[in-house]
Design a protein around this ligand. Structure first.
Ligand code: NAD
Length: 326
């Protein structure tokens, strides 16, 4: 079994991937600068604190652990923040990926599975497959397009980019989950409102061209996303395809999500309607047939109610004081 370097391994999705790698007999080496992650989520292998923009530190870590492959998640991931700080996203997500690829080249590591995002597509009223036109609406989305281009431009690299639709849920055993700053991500935000920690949940726009006017997203369980990375690691040995959507093919509006959270928590959620935010596409729902057939990949938790129940159980375990501000 192999050492796998997981950049962003102290984050929400990265820590779940580390757990899945360890369960499959690998040693996940979490490489993270802890800007948004938590050392307490590094539980399944060694931790190396470092930045993906720091080539010398990466070289040291490659030498020490001699990983067979890299799973690359490190980056900033908030659409709204990227609109106000585009340069931060270019430097961290795009330049960081270039530095990582250079370090891999120098160390002779030629396999990588990287996190991309449904945001590269812009918006669509139909299911999106991998051939849909790219139309990034935010600097965050743009950084993912440029990351994919960097992977494609690297000669001799075996790579797969997974375009996740919205990650949701938490580890059912409550070993890891999302600990984002208050107000930044939609499901923890709804929980906080349900718990009375926020006066109201803000709906950012109810005049989108969707059935109830609120944004529609395809939620994907974090454990299913983690599983897909393991399948992708095996696939990239010989597989010719590079880009796969990960989603359930079912769209949920923000209003439907609120109802689902109310049902799981048994609490009423107050809402306030605000303006649309720049950078938010109206609707993003995956056609993930290619991943299903090719990796292959079959989500174990496709139901939104399961995702919310797992996330709620985790959310109640984590003290608010832990959360970092973006
Ligand atoms: N959460 C989602 O719904 C979603 C959807 C699509 C794609 N993604 C992508 O998945 C990846 C992981 O997202 P997440 O939700 O787990 O976010 P997260 O913020 O929990 O994890 C990202 C991790 O990367 C680390 N990091 C950031 N910049 C770094 C740097 N320069 N060097 C080293 N470490 C750095 C952070 O400290 C954090 O631990 C990101 O690339 C994100 O864009 C997430």
């Amino acid at each position: 079994m192999a050492n796998i370097l997981v950049t962003g391994g102290a984050g929400y999705i990265g820590s779940q991937i580390c757990k899945a790698l360890a369960a499959a007999g690998h040693t996940p080496v979490a490489y993270d600068n802890l800007s948004r992650g938590y050392e307490m989520l590094v539980r399944w292998g060694p931790f190396e604190r470092g930045d993906i923009t720091d080539g010398a530190r990466l070289a040291e870590v490659f030498l020490r652990h001699n990983p067979e492959a890299v799973i690359h998640l490190a980056g900033f991931a908030f659409v709204n923040e990227s609109v106000t700080k585009p340069e931060l996203y270019r430097l961290n997500n795009v330049e960081g990926t270039h530095t990582l690829l250079a370090a891999m080249r120098a160390a002779g590591v030629r396999r990588i599975v990287a996190s991309s995002s449904c945001s590269v597509y812009g918006s669509a009223s139909t299911l999106l497959n991998e051939n849909a036109a790219l139309a990034p609406l935010s600097p965050y989305a743009e950084s993912k397009v440029r990351m994919e281009q960097a992977l494609a431009a690297e000669s001799g690299l075996k790579w797969v980019a997974l375009r996740y639709f919205n990650a949701a849920g938490a580890d059912p055993a409550r070993d890891t989950g999302e600990i984002t700053a208050a107000g930044v991500r939609v499901i923890p935000n709804l929980f906080d409102t349900a718990l009375g920690l926020r006066p109201a949940f803000q709906i950012n726009g109810d005049d989108y061209p969707t059935p109830d006017g609120t944004c529609v997203r395809d939620y994907t369980h974090v454990c299913d996303i983690a599983e897909a990375h393991l399948n992708a690691l095996a696939y990239l040995e010989d597989g010719p395809l590079r880009i796969f959507n990960l989603g359930n093919g079912k769209g949920h509006s923000i209003r439907a999500l609120i109802q689902a959270v109310e049902a799981v928590t048994g609490r009423r959620i107050k809402v306030a309607v605000a303006q649309r935010r720049p950078g938010d596409p109206a609707s993003l729902v995956a056609d993930a047939g290619l991943a299903a057939r090719t990796l292959p990949w079959r989500p174990r938790y496709p139901d939104l109610a399961d995702m919310i129940a797992h996330a709620w159980a985790w959310h109640r375990k984590i003290p608010d004081t832990l959360r970092k501000a973006p």
